[in-house]
Design a protein around this ligand. Structure first.
Ligand code: GLN
Length: 195
């Protein structure tokens, strides 16, 4: 049975867990969803979800626990939201440990502080989706020479969702909505990869 791990180090983990379970149910697929904390738990997953939170804290723990190595060695697809997008990037405007799986660079806290949080309907995967932006990063640039990169959504001139291979990075927080669209998309990408 395929397994999706929700990396449980810091941040909005339980919301992702619940929405991923709901997405699995909607799809009617045989996928186990598990909260994971250590490299040996991550290693046996077919896909990993990185929640929002503090990317510096999460990044330090990822490296300290060797989670970055098992993700890279096993080529495990990662879906990152907000801080998760920061961690998937190769470069940010901070000096911080990163997973660096995607050829993108991001600016942290692009939309201001917590009090500047906002909700905005965006277009993604052919549908409308409520983007919840909380101290969200914006994509500064991506390597346009890479053929496996696909922009999934833009808002106000900025790219807010992007995919490279099976890795997906988005600026906003789907786990704070009830909408399983993007989670279902990621699960399908993972299942297509392993089947
Ligand atoms: N600004 C945070 C960071 O870069 C992310 C905020 C969030 O995930 N809501 O770590």
């Amino acid at each position: 049975m395929a397994k999706i791990g929700i990396l449980n180090l810091q941040g909005a983990v339980s919301e992702h867990y619940d929405l991923t379970k709901k997405a699995v149910k909607n799809l009617g697929v045989n996928v186990k969803v598990e909260s994971v904390r250590y490299a040996e738990d991550v290693e046996v997953c077919d896909g990993i979800i990185l929640s929002g939170g503090e990317s510096t804290v999460i990044g330090k723990l990822i490296c300290k626990r060797g989670i970055d190595k098992v993700i890279k060695d096993n080529n495990i697809p990662v879906f990152g939201t907000c801080a998760g997008m920061v961690l998937l990037s190769k470069k940010t405007d901070f000096n911080q440990p990163l997973l660096g799986l995607m050829d993108i660079s991001v600016k942290r806290n692009n939309y201001g502080r917590q009090k500047d949080s906002f909700e905005q309907p965006i277009d993604i995967l052919g549908q409308k989706f409520l983007g919840v932006f909380i101290r969200a990063p914006a994509l500064e640039s991506y390597d346009e020479t890479k053929e496996d990169i696909k922009v999934l959504s833009e808002y106000d001139g900025d790219i807010v969702a992007i995919q490279q291979g099976c890795n997906i990075a988005i600026s906003f927080h789907p786990e704070l909505t009830e909408d399983t669209l993007i989670h279902e998309y990621f699960i399908n990408e993972v299942l297509n990869k392993i089947n």
